[in-house]
Write a protein that binds this ligand. Structure first.
Ligand SMILES: [Mg+2]
Length: 178
C-alpha cells in the first residue's frame, strides 16, 4: 500500500531564525483531509571528540527544559553549509578543538513526528587544542569525562540528550575495545 500523504496547501505559521512552523492541509492514502504541524529546520551536526582518554562534553542551559544539559558539542548548519565545515566550526567554537580525523558516523532524525531536522554525526579521535570562540549568547562549560566513566553514565541513564546517547552508543565498540 502506498502510504504517501499528499499536501494540498502548505501554510506558513511562523518563520523564525532557526526554524519555520507549518500547518499543512494534507490528504491521507484513504482520502481523508487533515492537518500536519511540521517544524522545518536546516539541520545540525554533533561530534564525539577524544583527547588523552577523555570524551569532551559541554554543559549548557537549555531553555526548553529549564535546566543545564550535558551534551556532545553540536550546532546548526548555516544555509547550504557542508556538514563537515559546520562540524569543524562548532568544535573550534565550543571546545577549542581542531580535528585532524573527522569521521562521518551517519545521521539521525531527532523527532520524526513533527520535524524534518537531520543531525549529522561525527567522531574525532585526533584533536589539536586551541582557544574557544563562542557566540555572544552562548554560555557553556567544557566537561571532560573519562571514556569508561562516560559509558558507566550511559548505562545508568544519566544522559538525556538524544544525539549524545546515539553517538556514545554507536562508538561503544570502538572506544571500549580493550
Ligand atoms: Mg551548540
Amino acid at each position: 500500500m502506498d502510504k504517501k500523504e499528499k499536501c494540498i496547501k502548505s501554510n506558513l505559521i511562523y518563520d523564525g531564525k532557526i526554524l519555520s512552523l507549518y500547518k499543512d492541509e494534507i490528504i491521507t492514502p484513504n482520502n481523508i483531509t487533515t492537518y500536519r504541524e511540521i517544524v522545518r529546520h536546516k539541520g545540525g551536526v554533533c561530534c564525539l571528540s577524544i583527547k588523552d582518554g577523555y570524551i569532551y562534553f559541554v554543559k549548557q542551559y537549555r531553555y526548553a527544559y529549564s535546566k543545564e544539559i550535558l551534551e556532545l558539542p553540536a550546532g546548526k548548519l548555516e544555509d547550504n553549509e557542508n556538514p563537515i565545515d559546520a562540524m569543524k566550526r562548532e568544535l573550534k567554537e565550543e571546545i577549542g578543538f581542531i580535528s585532524k580525523s573527522l569521521e562521518y558516523m551517519g545521521y539521525m532524525y531527532p523527532s520524526v513526528g513533527y520535524t524534518d531536522e537531520i543531525i549529522h554525526l561525527f567522531y574525532s579521535s585526533e584533536n589539536e587544542v586551541t582557544s574557544t570562540a563562542r557566540d555572544i549568547d552562548e554560555f557553556m562549560d567544557i566537561i571532560k569525562i573519562k571514556i569508561e566513566d562516560s559509558y558507566r553514565m550511559l548505562d545508568n541513564n544519566e544522559f538525556e540528550d538524544a544525539k549524545t546517547i546515539i553517538l556514545l552508543s554507536k562508538l561503544r565498540k570502538v572506544l571500549l575495545k580493550d
